[in-house]
Ligand binder design. Structure first.
Ligand code: ARG
Length: 577
């Protein structure tokens, strides 16, 4: 049930009845941040000024029509022109009653669309670092949410598994490992050799020639070289899989469609773009000039799609990839999770793909950008020797810290319990701290804040959940078997039920804009409201049995919402803490 939608619909009808011209209706806004009522309607002041009529008079007329609906208990005018709505608690209780036992908590299935989510997408031969955290977890929330709404979600891990860096690395491995090609290599080794190979390339001309030969051999599918390339990719994927498992990410190996997959399409793309007179040759390079984007010198931006030496670029691959996603995967929506630095790149791809008619003119390529993770001094999150922090060490550190917290709180828990809990809590803390920030902004990484039982943290919400579970365990009634209806007896319960009914619009919001921090804030608010409720009113100790049952049911529903909300965020709940 979408409470906002219901209100908006009703308001529109009443606005028309009050003779407010259609073109002004969009000025009427609603907010649930009303100090007086449950919701407040704003905008009548502006409209009455435009119509040159008295604000109070227009408001009263509007209220007169609005009153006709039994979802409201009271509608109050407050000067200079606000309208405050109080919901009818019978209506509220009936609405929450409808969703309490529903599997999807009353959120309707949508007409399925093919939605591609391009996320995580790390480059091979490197360990994942803190920079990959956001792309991975933000994308995963979107994938979970859209799957929950029954869309056909196509997860794609566009891994960087092709290009120059493989020439470098393989040339280096050949040089050093020629006799030990079957030796076990770790991802750490690969990363080290890659750094070394880069240095060597700058200083050693014979090595440079080797690299060029190596790239050629790879391009010509020389079996020996391809075998080594496959090995490098496999080692990386295996290691990344561990991180995905730890982070509870729904990406699987079958979702890897990396850059190398599109190589077979690239020559045709170049031919086609030349034929369509979109690409031209300049100084040996094949290039596309974009009139609407200017480069540093104020000239039309040139995007190279094939270099003089016939090699292709990141952009060329993304063009072929986009064409594939539209033609072969029939995408209705495509969402990229990469940081803000790739904004220009994706814009260019979109423009070129539209020119070439690879994607329809009105297709909206979505780029869900995100900011950086910073340290206290507003610096990128790096180790002392200047390298970006590895995701694996961040995770381990968080689990270690959580262990301390849990041991301290529950000295009697056995080792196994502590270890299980600290894994869940450590991972949740990192994820939630990130997801609860507006993704478009940078944020400062802070262990103390994220591992606190207070404030907008995973721990606080998970703890609220365990509190409700403990109430349910203690009650003599099972919330699943109560056939008495919920009765709302006080203001906090009314506030809680309105919050419950706002769950659907919160999920819709993620679906449309991919902003998980709105869901985090929602979960924090419902948890805070529950805490107030719990402090103030007895639940299983309420005197009247009917009230006991009603409050138990309400608490049960709140727990269900928290559990589902956290699940969509990729965060687990526990029954004790
Ligand atoms: N591998 C790229 C990087 O690490 C991200 C790829 C994003 N997806 C895409 N289709 N370009 O920056």
């Amino acid at each position: 049930m979408n409470i906002e939608l219901i209100l908006k619909k009703d308001i529109k009808i009443c606005a028309l009845k009050s003779k407010i011209p259609k073109k002004f209706i969009s000025f009427i806004q609603i907010t649930s941040k009303s100090k007086i009522g449950n919701y407040q309607i704003n905008g009548i002041i502006k409209i009455s000024k435009l119509l040159k009529i008295n604000t109070e008079e227009l408001s009263k007329k509007f209220i007169y029509y609005l009153q006709d609906n039994n979802i409201y208990k009271k509608i109050k005018y407050s000067a200079p022109g606000f309208i405050n709505i109080f919901f009818n608690e019978i209506w509220l209780s009936e609405e929450i009653e409808k969703i309490i036992y529903s599997n999807s908590l009353g959120i309707p299935k949508e007409k399925p669309k093919n939605i591609i989510i391009d996320y995580s997408s790390p480059n091979m031969a490197k360990e994942m670092h803190v920079g990959h955290l956001r792309s991975t977890i933000l994308g995963d929330v979107m994938a979970r949410t859209l799957s929950f709404l029954k869309h056909n979600v196509i997860r794609i891990n566009h891994i960087g598994d092709w290009g120059f860096q493989f020439g470098l690395l393989i040339a280096y491995l050949k040089k050093k490992y020629i006799n030990q090609i079957n030796k076990k290599l770790s991802l750490k080794d690969l990363e080290k050799y890659y750094q070394k190979s880069k240095k060597l390339y700058e200083n050693d001309n014979t090595f440079k020639i080797k690299v060029t030969k190596c790239i050629l051999k790879l391009q010509n599918k020389n079996q020996k070289y391809i075998k080594l390339w496959k090995k490098i990719v496999k080692i990386t994927i295996k290691q990344n899989k561990k991180i995905y498992n730890q982070l509870n990410i729904t990406l699987k190996n079958k979702h890897n469609i990396g850059e190398s997959f599109y190589i077979k399409y690239l020559s045709n793309i170049i031919l086609d773009l030349k034929k369509k007179k979109i690409a031209t040759k300049k100084n040996g390079n094949t290039i596309i000039y974009l009139k609407n984007i200017k480069n540093k010198n104020g000239q039309p931006m040139g995007v190279i799609i094939q270099k003089k030496d016939t090699s292709f670029l990141y952009s060329t691959i993304d063009l072929a990839c986009l064409k594939y996603r539209i033609n072969k995967l029939n995408a209705n929506r495509i969402i990229y999770y990469t940081d803000v630095r790739q904004k220009q790149h994706l814009k260019q791809i979109e423009i070129i793909a539209k020119k070439a008619k690879y994607i329809p003119k009105n297709f909206n390529l979505e780029h869900h950008i995100f900011g950086m993770v910073l340290t206290k001094n507003n610096k990128p999150f790096k180790t002392r020797d200047g390298k970006l922090i590895k995701l694996s060490s961040l995770i381990n550190e968080s689990i270690k810290k959580s262990k301390k917290i849990i041991k301290h709180k529950n000295p009697n828990f056995n080792k196994k319990k502590i270890s299980q809990l600290s894994k869940i809590i450590g991972i949740s803390a990192i994820k939630y701290a990130d997801l609860s920030k507006n993704r478009e902004k940078n944020y400062i990484f802070n262990w103390n804040n994220m591992l606190s039982f207070h404030g907008n943290t995973a721990l606080y919400i998970q703890y609220t959940y365990t509190r409700i579970q403990s109430i349910i365990r203690k009650s003599k009634f099972s919330p699943l078997k109560i056939n008495k209806k919920i009765i709302l007896t006080n203001n906090i319960e009314i506030k809680l039920s309105i919050k419950i009914l706002q769950f659907e619009e919160t999920i819709q919001n993620i679906k449309n804009n991919g902003m998980p921090h709105i869901l985090c804030l929602y979960l924090f608010q419902i948890s805070s409201l529950f805490s107030i409720f719990y402090e103030k009113y007895p639940i299983i100790y309420a005197k009247r049995i009917n009230i006991q049952k009603s409050r138990l049911k309400l608490s049960f529903l709140i727990a269900r919402i928290i559990k589902l909300g956290l699940k969509l965020l990729g965060i687990k709940t526990v029954n004790y803490m």
